[in-house]
Design a protein around this ligand. Structure first.
Ligand code: ADP
Ligand code: MG
Ligand code: MG
Ligand code: MG
Ligand code: MG
Length: 658
């Protein structure tokens, strides 16, 4: 999770004293790299996934499932293999926030061949095997978005007790030993977030209110001095530290674009898909041993690292702080980057004026300058003494310090210095699924969408405030079936770039109603599978595939993945969250009180283990063939008369300028 500088972490007071220094030099570092790399072109469209695993230990006699705090030795062993042959090892491993987590990625990013879609799942399977080999009997890696009983008494092996009056988190529920011990970053972040905020973080998640659910919990027996009881809202699941959020797992996908312009375009076009994919991947309906009334983790993490003070949150008038800030540093993207999308940036963006000026002086575009100056309203929340003084022409640690602690739904990643890597964007909202098959399906789906977007010049952009509304909707219980999302009606844009420029020159544009007529409300089923007017994203992908050279094997693999996505969207296959909620509610030990007891948790996680190896047929017996949607999409594409798409060089072989 972000930058892992080695060394001795400074206290919060010392870190804060250096905040302006970090920002000032961080910006110079960005500017220097930007000037060197802005013309970089002809990079290949590389991509790769990240999967975070939790290490779970079962006790079949006691019927318990607990998180085992073995990540450090397991990781050391996994990385030893990688270090032996860094050039051609098939997997790479990184630490994560908790001592029960590891993050695995493919050894090399995937690249220019459609056949690569055939190896995604196999690589994920291999990663799972590599971890499993390093675990003991009755221990397994689960790609579980949130562990149901995190923060319940004795939820780990070995057991530890929380320390509400000392240590990094001061949590009533989450012992500091559960934070990954192998790198000081994680504990330092935990402490500094709490100290910067001047109180513990307060996470409140709507509780699923069943017949016998208690609306209020007495926290005094846990050692609360009153702070938590004040912060805990009735009919909510209350949590009080970073680990509840950062100890969740996710599925991320990073793309390398051929140049900076294409990266900005992908960033913008994928932004509206973030809430859609969050809802479609929803997999986390249980927190701290209770059923929640939401299905997805995002807002839990958002609240878990919210280091804003009362002044910044608008609870007290501004005195010592500079800005009122609308969102946590972990939240959805606040602005689009491409100039043509400026009219869609309808959120009041708070940014650092000095930094903005400095970026503009260096001929950095308006919207990129605003984006970076917005990220830089945050303080660095960890700093290592050895890293204070840097060479701004070569180093980027200060820039990365701020960048990598702005955890947004999308991340715009500049090329690292002195590397072969190009401009990249990261798609970060998705919940991790239980099986390799599902994780491969979501990964491949989003990769294919980027190809379709670039090949046909699609635009999915809607006002960014509507994307925010969609994020809220996406968390809701059963959002896939019951909610509607703002979505663009015409994704084959009518406007040529010239027209957009003209439109932008017209100062009235921001108010003009045309933007509001561009989007409507759709269900996820309509967005994915098509509706009356809209052909659906799957149909667009199928259309794309029929225009490129693709072997039968790969086509079949992709078809299975698209079938899963399609059936999740239609409700034929439940989301992981729905399946879990239903499992709990129908369990023989469930007492209609929203509590997920040790024994329910044990049975649920045993079922999760069974699901790790499943394929489409395990979800549904009626997996059908190539969708009929193809012809529908052709009609749509022809109707709009797009830049004759059959002749567009598939992006895969393009390698070049946009
Ligand atoms: P993060 O900073 O998000 O933790 P990681 O280093 O874990 O990033 O890598 C994220 C993904 O990016 C991995 O799947 C990796 O294979 C992939 N990746 C590595 N190099 C490139 C590249 N040049 N282009 C695109 N993806 C890449
Ligand atoms: Mg990670
Ligand atoms: Mg990573
Ligand atoms: Mg994480
Ligand atoms: Mg990542």
């Amino acid at each position: 999770m972000g930058l892992l500088s080695e060394g001795s972490p400074l206290s919060w007071a010392d870190t804060q004293a250096h905040a302006d220094h970090v920002r000032k030099h961080g910006i110079e570092q960005f500017i220097n790299q930007y000037q060197k790399l802005k013309e970089r072109k002809n990079d290949v469209l590389y991509w790769g996934d990240e999967v975070e695993y939790m290490l779970v230990k079962f006790d079949d006699d006691k019927r318990t499932a607990k998180l085992t705090l073995k990540a450090e030795p397991v990781l050391t062993s996994l990385q030893a293999k990688e270090k032996e042959s860094p050039e051609n090892h098939p997997t790479t491993w990184r630490p994560e926030y908790a001592a029960y987590m590891v993050e695995g990625t493919p050894g090399k990013p995937y690249g220019g061949l459609l056949a690569h879609f055939n190896v995604v799942e196999a690589n994920m399977k291999l990663r799972r095997e590599e971890i499993t080999k390093r675990l003991g009997t009755n221990e397994v890696p689960l790609s579980l978005t949130s562990f149901p009983r995190t923060g319940c008494p004795n939820f780990t092996v070995p057991e530890h007790k929380p320390t509400p009056t000392s240590g990094a988190s001061r949590s009533l529920f989450y012992p500091d030993e559960v934070i990954f011990p192998g790198h000081p970053r994680f504990r330092t972040l935990t402490r500094n977030i709490r100290e910067r905020r001047k109180e513990k973080v307060a996470i409140n998640i709507p509780l699923y209110m069943d017949e016998k659910t208690k609306a209020v919990e007495d926290l005094t027996p846990l050692g609360d001095d009153g702070e938590s009881q004040m912060a805990a809202k009735p009919e909510n699941i209350y949590m009080d530290c970073m680990g509840f959020g950062m100890g969740c797992s996710c599925l991320q996908v990073t793309f390398q674009a051929c140049n900076i312009q294409e990266a900005m375009r992908l960033y913008d076009e994928l932004t509206p898909l973030c809430p859609i994919m969050l809802a479609l991947s929803a997999a986390s309906p249980i927190y701290r041993g209770r059923l929640a009334d939401i299905d997805a983790r995002w807002s839990v993490i958002s609240q878990s690292v919210d280091d804003r003070t009362k002044e910044e949150r608008g609870i007290e008038p501004l005195k010592t702080n500079k800005y009122q800030i609308q969102k946590s540093r972990y939240d959805s993207t606040d602005s689009y980057l491409c100039e043509r999308h400026q009219p869609y940036n309808d959120i009041n963006l708070i940014y650092d004026q000095e930094i903005y000026k400095r970026l503009k002086e260096n001929d950095i575009s308006e919207l990129l300058s605003l984006h970076i100056a917005h990220l830089f309203i945050r303080d660095p929340i960890s700093l290592f003494s050895e890293k204070i003084n840097q060479d701004d022409t070569e180093d980027v640690d200060h820039f990365e310090n701020i960048q990598s602690t702005n955890w947004q739904t999308m991340r715009f990643k500049p090329p690292p210095p002195q590397s072969k890597i190009g401009w990249r964007v990261e798609f970060r909202p998705m919940e991790v699924q239980l099986s390799d098959f599902e994780n491969a399906a979501y990964t491949v789906f989003i990769v294919l969408l980027t190809r379709v977007i670039l090949t046909y010049g699609l635009s999915l952009v809607i006002p960014i405030s509507k994307v925010d509304e969609n994020m809220k909707t996406a968390h809701k219980k059963d959002a896939v079936q019951t909610e509607k999302f703002h979505f663009r009606k015409e994704i084959l844009t009518d406007c040529t770039p010239d027209e957009v420029t003209q439109c932008l020159a017209n100062t009235k544009c921001k108010e003009c109603s045309c933007i509001d007529e561009e989007y409507t409300e759709m269900t996820i089923d309509q967005i994915i599978n098509g509706g009356d007017e809209f052909p659906g994203l799957i149909a667009m992908i199928n259309n794309y595939m029929s225009s490129v050279d693709i072997d039968v094997d790969t086509r079949c693999t992709i078809q299975q993945y698209l079938n899963l996505i399609s059936k999740r969207a239609s409700g034929e296959i439940p989301t992981t969250a729905q399946w879990m909620r239903n499992f709990v509610r129908t369990h023989k030990d469930y007492k209609q009180d929203s509590v997920v007891s040790e024994s329910i948790n044990y049975d649920l996680l045993k079922k999760c283990v069974e699901k790790t190896g499943c394929c489409l047929n395990d979800f549904s017996k009626t997996s059908d063939n190539i969708p009929t949607a193809l012809s529908k999409a052709e009609g749509y594409l022809n109707k709009k008369n797009p830049p004759s798409y059959k002749n567009v060089t598939p992006v895969y072989e393009q390698n070049g300028d946009d």
